[in-house]
Write a protein that binds this ligand. Structure first.
Ligand SMILES: [Zn+2]
Length: 590
């Protein structure tokens, strides 16, 4: 699909980046910018910034950056035309999509077809549950588990009858393409190649919505002890189990309100909590939580509470998830329910108030791990040494050093071991940790930036923020004196734009070829520390310095080369020429 340049401009001029990013990141105003936790890298203190007047975002941590379209692309993992279409829809900009590339068009249509089919089948399952005959047993089952009619209605719970061809028949009756149905995972091809059969049979059906309320897939649960207990749709173009969370479409506003989200494992856990007023809840669909899940949730709540059963399976699941949360640097608590309870049974029996009280006392991840380790090894001398061995591995994962030292203190007190000894152990572990090096040397390259680059970047930053100086730059031909080829290329593109153009920065960004260039533009545009009164003067002084430094350096080298030539010192000449080449190379590679 080709989106005309003027349409891209129109989208950029009408959309509001703060508004769009706020849908997925909690933003707080601070000075000229909004700040929030970056959805593209793990962090605990916000370095992700959004500027409303420039309509750009930039992360000071991972240097992700761009305009509203680059954000939407990156966040949702979609292509430029898809992002443009999404924003066009949101801001009522009409775009004709006649000149669609056929491959892309097929992909878009496939997604639309899959959503439509899923919706149709959701209603078939929903009707199945309502039927007097086949729906009776599953309905009784749901009632027994305390699920109300309202909940069934809201979450469109359903039933897949105990036949091999319920869906196959529906597809035939409604003339829906077999190919689409196969891709949705709702039906499977028989091995002998003689027809199709339904994937979900004799199961309670849970439609899985994406955050835009579209039916992305299904989960099915048996009503007895047969295996597998749960079955989910396979990954499809619209269903990606490592990115989707059950119930988030309904829970997201409550997660925002409470600043906290409960993460449970099963559909029933989710539904019981939700219908008992604990609406800031999502379920992980029985798959392991991924860092994508955590990053998505970060956009809705600061605190995450993992709710687990007290059985071994629950504890093991909690242990597995901890690393992901730790890496993402979010405030995470672990709520282990009293013996014999799961979230579903607990809230049904004890009610919302008791649950909330329990949640208030949820353990931090470290407290939880410490508790388990003590349970396993005991508090004898040998036991305490083992506990320390367990815990040092966890402690080095904590990125925040202040927090880490608090835990070291807590651990020392609990084990009644000298704090220094604990610290020593942690340090030992840290030094033998294979990931250590990259961790420590990160960011050093950034410091090595050369002065010239800094000046050239300042020049670009000025051009972006004060396009009125662009003519001056053209007149002085200052780009000819840039060392960095990359920065020169970016600056040339900016020079080719009309300085009077509205939303200059975002439009300049739209003209960049790749994401990397867009990120650079965002970071230069954001690094605007000039005072507005003397922009012209500032520009002139940077222009002069760029020209002067380069001329001076070249003059010196040239003079030396010439004198070496005269004295026919070929060794020195080679050396000098090499140096000249090296200087150029150095600049090109930064
Ligand atoms: Zn970042």
């Amino acid at each position: 699909m080709y989106i005309p340049e003027e349409k891209v401009s129109e989208i950029l001029n009408t959309s509001d980046i703060v508004d769009v990013i706020s849908e997925s990141v909690i933003l707080k105003k601070s000075g000229r910018n909004f700040f929030g936790l970056c959805p593209f890298h793990s962090e605990k203190t916000p370095s992700f910034s959004v500027n409303a007047s420039k309509q750009i975002f930039h992360c000071f941590g991972c240097s992700a950056g761009g305009n509203v379209l680059s954000y939407v692309m990156k966040y949702h993992g979609i292509t430029f035309p898809e992002a443009a279409k999404m924003m066009a829809r949101k801001y009522n900009v009409t775009i004709e999509t006649k000149e669609i590339d056929p491959v892309k068009r097929r992909q878009i249509h496939l997604k639309e077809d899959l959503f439509r089919l899923n919706k149709t089948i959701m209603e078939v399952y929903f009707d199945g549950l309502k039927k007097q005959d086949i729906g009776k047993t599953p309905m009784q089952y749901l009632k027994k588990r305390g699920i109300t009619d309202d909940t069934i209605e809201q979450f469109r719970l359903g039933f897949s009858p105990n036949n091999w061809d319920t869906i196959v028949k529906v597809l035939k009756d409604r003339k829906i393409s077999k190919n689409i149905a196969i891709q949705s995972g709702l039906i499977l091809e028989r091995k002998q190649n003689n027809g199709y059969y339904d994937r979900f049979r004799n199961r309670i059906m849970f439609p899985i919505f994406d955050v835009n309320m579209q039916v992305a897939g299904f989960g099915g649960r048996v009503m007895d002890d047969s295996m597998p207990k749960y079955m989910n749709s396979p990954d499809t173009p619209v269903y990606n189990k490592s990115r989707i969370l059950y119930g988030l479409h309904a829970a997201k506003q409550y997660c925002r309100q409470e600043g906290c989200v409960y993460i449970v494992e099963g559909y029933f856990d989710f539904l019981s909590l939700y219908q008992n007023g604990i609406k800031n809840t999502v379920a992980s669909l029985g798959t392991a939580l991924t860092s994508d899940h955590v990053r998505i949730l970060k956009g809705y709540a600061k605190r995450m509470v993992l709710v687990f059963d007290s059985d071994t399976a629950g504890i093991n699941a909690a242990k597995r998830s901890i690393k992901i949360f730790m890496n993402e640097g979010v405030d995470t608590r672990i709520l282990v329910l009293p013996q014999g309870h799961d979230p579903d049974s607990y809230v049904l029996k004890q009610g919302q108030k008791a649950f909330n009280e329990l949640a208030l006392n949820a353990k931090t991840m470290m407290q939880f791990l410490l508790h388990i380790s003590i349970d396993t090894h005991g508090l004898s001398v040998e036991g305490r040494i083992r506990v320390l061995e367990d815990m040092k591995k966890q402690l080095i994962l904590i990125q925040d050093s202040a927090l880490r030292s608090l835990y070291v203190k807590e651990l020392a007190e609990t084990l009644n071991i000298d704090e220094k000894a604990v610290l020593e152990k942690v340090r030992e572990q840290y030094l033998s940790h294979p990931g250590k090096k990259s961790f420590l040397h990160d960011g050093e390259n950034k410091d090595a930036k050369l002065e010239s680059d800094r000046r050239e970047e300042q020049m670009i930053s000025l051009m972006l923020n004060y396009p009125e100086i662009i003519n001056e730059i053209k007149n002085k031909e200052v780009l000819e004196y840039f060392y960095s080829e990359k920065l020169k290329r970016l600056a040339q593109k900016i020079l080719s734009l009309d300085p009077k153009k509205e939303a200059f920065i975002t439009n300049a960004m739209a003209g960049m070829e790749n994401a990397e260039d867009q990120e650079l533009i965002a970071s230069f545009a954001m690094n605007d520390f000039f005072s507005e009164q003397d922009i012209h003067q500032t520009a002139l002084s940077i222009i002069h310095r760029i020209i002067r430094v380069r001329k001076k350096q070249e003059n010196t080298l040239t003079t030396k080369i010439i004198s070496a030539e005269k004295g026919s010192d070929s060794d020195l000449m080679d050396l000098l020429k090499k140096k000249q080449a090296e200087i150029q190379q150095l600049h090109d590679h930064l």
